[in-house]
Design a protein around this ligand. Sequence first.
Ligand code: IFM
Length: 471
Amino acid sequence: MANDASAVFDTLSPAVSRGSLADSFTPPADSTLWRKNFLLGAATASYQIEGAVNEDGRLPSIWDTFSAIPGKVLAGDTGAVACDHYHRWEADVEMLASLGLEGYRLSIAWPRVMDAAGAPNRKGLDFYKRLLNRLKEKGITTFVTLYHWDLPQHLEDRGGWLNRDTAYRFADYADLMSRELAGTVDAWATLNEPWCSAYLGYGNGHHAPGLANDRFATQAMHHLLLAHGLAVPVLRANDPASQKGIVANIGRGTPNSDSAADQRAAHLFEVQHNAWILDPLLKGSYPQDLFELWPGTEPLVLDGDMQTISAPLDFLGINYYFRTNVASDGAHGFRDVPLEGVERTQMGWEVYPDGLRDLLTGFKKTYRNLPPIYITENGMASDDQVTDGHVEDTQRISFLKRHLAAVDQAIKAGVDIRGYFLWSLMDNFEWAFGYERRFGVVHVDYSTQKRTIKRSAELVEKFLKERKARA
Ligand code: IFM
């Protein structure tokens, strides 16, 4: 999810003192978040934290290639070392457990576990086995994403997600992983944010592999969704006790005026952001308005594909960050109209918790078969500094509190939401923005790899302790 790195935005930090925040973070007594079966965890992704890109037989991914190209990533950063989690995973699991977090969402690096001929790489597999076994020993619920954007480069060399064959290679990978890891995974997510893989990777080139063509984006999306659909029955066969789902990043689009043209623009924004993914998954068809927005981009769809893609899910993962205010572009599309004077994060993204509630309640109306939902990512970047061993991330505390309240409102409006994962457990490689943008509830000093628990994480821990202690 990238905005223009050069855009200048206001960042308004709420003027809230440490004391009052500590008192006010805990949800109100009638909040559904007090329910003990509402899972509260944190999320990460392989390329963003692991490092060790050349170790134990890991092959290059498209992000190794892309980040090595000058100008693609802020400050020339790459994931070569990242948070060095590949070597520090034991301490990181201890930290996660010490915060009382109940769930951990991680992703597997496909290039770490399979060679170019599709044979298993034992050393890579053993890393994930050790990690998942330790998480289970700690009583942590494990959500594993198979694809969080680090496609093996050898598959990109054969066309990547533009090549239908990649979907079948993904099913082979899902087969291997679910045979090897069955019993240690509570929930499998096939893909993270196919919108980003397809649109940012193939539509505008902000992400790896850096191609920019709308027709490529729709074809890549189709193959990604096909990969998902092919993988689900494989996961069900190999690991029947686990839940199977997919993670979508959703965007709120609001009209800049009441004019019919601006309303239509906001609708089209949400069509390309949400319905492009959710309609095929939950209705078995692409939204026709998408091809009004991007004429002539219909993907090649073979007989049976849409049935494969729309097989029932056990859960839908939802990632939410901000809203986009739009107006008509005067033709068949929309243009962004950034609002002045609103609260923004270090990414320049507007803080807009109502968008999360409104999208969730809207999906419940639109999709009669909407599966149970987990908020698989929510959080914000801020330029956090360690002072006297502490990080006072006041804006994040306020952000999390307001978004958790939006989740509570959606639950009370009837949406079946079963959990929430903070993005992210720790500061990490923020894709095209490198290490500058800090999303963690734990601060990482990249020169020493020292982890410092931020105030937000302390407050989440405090809430979880209180919840546990309640009768
Ligand atoms: O860091 C990313 C993550 O990898 C996918 N979802 C959005 C996050 C923040 O941009």
